[in-house]
Write a new protein. Structure first.
Length: 297
């Protein structure tokens, strides 16, 4: 998998935030680096291909991001993508329609949520408007340029089309430029997409650049949570803290949002959180498991 360093949003000095994972996962060839996974002073240039100015990740890098779900359901989610002629670089499904949340068992099946990361937003919306004009509100009548201005210049850089009937399912999909996605994952510019991706998602279409940026994002969330927790804490407390980062300062937390939403997410998705963060936790030299689901810094 290659990530071209020419992209202005990949700041390779930021990768040092991942000092516990990059050294043993990022390589220039199939050979495995002998550098210790806990060495925080490694030189990023050793993973750079000087000939084509690219960055190669081993096939196993970021495997923690590939969360398991029912195979038939996964294929049904992927079939949604076939309805779009416009090119999608990276996509994932998320929310209570994909991963169980406490409190939804007896309710109607929730809407399925998707995020599409694209190379050129205006071109994407132009193609999508031609095929799916009915997906858009009145804004769509102003054309792809107006939609893209609204997407890129206001809010968190995402344009949503909700309540869409497709393949017998109700979906909502958000469109974001892949540059803005990686920028938020690396720098927490708005923490909107980065915060969403702190929690379990199902990747439907992968991209090497996003995979690297997401691993930085997960490590950043873990480090932030560790700063917010006491010296001794439980694994559940850790995941509750991580899941709650994106809700800090969100007015919906105090106006109408379920006050138990964070706990509802973690209680039903604990196994997915363990897959996402387990190896990262083990790689942090200052964090240790002390038994019975408890940790210590």
């Amino acid at each position: 998998m290659l990530i071209h360093q020419s992209s202005k949003f990949i700041n390779f000095s930021s990768v040092r935030f991942l000092s516990t994972t990059i050294p043993k996962a990022a390589t220039l060839s199939r050979s495995t680096s002998t550098e210790s996974a806990k060495n925080t002073s490694y030189n990023n240039s050793q993973y750079q291909n000087k000939e084509n100015n690219s960055f190669r990740l081993s096939p196993d890098f970021g495997k923690n991001q590939d969360l398991p779900i029912d195979n038939e359901f996964k294929e049904n989610l992927k079939k949604i993508l076939f309805n779009f002629n416009a090119p999608i670089r990276y996509s994932f499904a998320y929310g209570s329609g994909v991963f169980a949340q406490k409190g939804y068992e007896l309710k109607a099946k929730p809407m399925l949520d998707f995020i599409f990361a694209v190379s050129h937003s205006q071109h994407w919306h132009s193609l999508n408007l031609n095929k799916h004009r009915n997906h858009y509100s009145l804004m769509g009548s102003l054309g792809s340029r107006a939609v893209t201005i609204l997407q890129d210049d206001f809010g968190a850089g995402i344009y949503f089309n909700p309540h869409i009937e497709m393949n017998g399912m109700e979906i909502k999909y958000g469109v974001i430029s892949i540059d803005k996605m990686c920028k938020d994952l690396l720098d927490w510019e708005t923490l909107y997409i980065a915060g969403r991706m702190h929690k379990p998602i199902k990747i439907l279409q992968d991209d090497a650049r996003v995979r690297l940026s997401q691993q930085v994002n997960l490590a950043s969330a873990l480090r932030t949570a560790l700063l917010m927790l006491p010296k001794d804490f439980s694994e559940e407390q850790l995941y509750l803290t991580i899941a709650g980062i994106s809700y800090e300062g969100d007015f919906r937390r105090y106006l109408g949002e379920n006050p138990h939403k964070i706990k509802n997410i973690v209680s039903k998705q604990a196994d997915a959180f363990k897959i996402l963060y387990g190896e990262l936790i083990e790689g942090f030299p200052n964090v240790s498991f002390v038994g019975n689901g408890n940790l210590q810094v």
